[in-house]
Design a protein around this ligand. Sequence first.
Ligand SMILES: Nc1nc(=O)c2c([nH]1)NC[C@@H]1CN(c3ccc(C(=O)N[C@@H](CCC(=O)O)C(=O)O)cc3)CN21
Ligand SMILES: CC(C)C(=O)C(=O)O
Ligand SMILES: [Mg+2]
Length: 284
Amino acid sequence: MKTTKDFQKMKDKNEAIAMMTAYDYPSAKLTEKSGMDMILVGDSLGMTVLGYDSTVPVTIDDMVLHTKAVRRGAKDTFTVTDLPFMTYHISEETTLRNASRLLQEAGAQAVKLEGAGSVLSMISRLTSAGVPVMAHLGLTPQSVGVLGGYKVQGKKAEEAEQLLQDAKAAEKAGAFALVLECVPKQLTGLIVETLSIPVIGIGAGAKADGQVLVYHDVIGYGSEHLPKFVKQYANVQDTIEEALHQYVSEVKDSRFPEDQHTFTMDEDTLTHLYGGKNERHYND
Ligand SMILES: Nc1nc(=O)c2c([nH]1)NC[C@@H]1CN(c3ccc(C(=O)N[C@@H](CCC(=O)O)C(=O)O)cc3)CN21
Ligand SMILES: CC(C)C(=O)C(=O)O
Ligand SMILES: [Mg+2]
């Protein structure tokens, strides 16, 4: 399994880091098989697999459950799990307890948390307790209510300057990497050059040290609205729809199951079972 040190080396050697979300056993298995460098158990699972309209309702129990499933499917891939909304704000104690659940109970290698400001002291507290922390700046979806929607961040000079300062502060607080979401590519370039730690972009352009996307977006599985930054590499949704439709038709037309899908018993047993009154149609 790769380590935080390997990701640092990859940045230093200009080798791009490939990261994607996974939420369950099958998605984790396929993600590991693909040669992905790192898995994110994102709180986006609230939207992609639980059907909420934001990441705000997601709980620490949700993240523990899904991280366990992911780790069973991807035993050799470095796995980062999102600390969900309001699980790293109340106190240092609850923050440490929640991170401990993700690392010790669920088997994650690191945690990710959104924002700067008062969150910086949590990054530093977690890091000094031995928890690798990935920071997340730019569009921080847990703050959708404050931001007023999922919009590009750091387009104005003042916001860009603030983002750069926050990125530097996150590195100084001990973060081993930074996710930068939905910012202009020029700002990404500046942050990548300024920071020593790897910067993983999503909607942040080609200058980032790595890229992360949401599993369901990449394979075209159930996402209705795709953000501009997504490249959909497959459309499994159409394949699934077609298969389910065919199954319903075949059940209704009695074309499924066929003999090859069916179990049978031998003639003697059948005769015994029906007291010698075995009629031919039992054997159909
Ligand atoms: N399926 C999925 N993919 C994601 O990337 C994702 C989630 N869910 N859930 C959590 C957050 C929410 N994210 C989002 C959601 C929407 C946009 C979006 O529609 N952005 C506009 C930008 C508008 C603008 O400011 O110009 C876009 O057109 O891309 C961006 C990020 C990223 N994350
Ligand atoms: C979009 C990525 C970075 C994320 O935080 C998530 O999937 O929850
Ligand atoms: Mg997230």
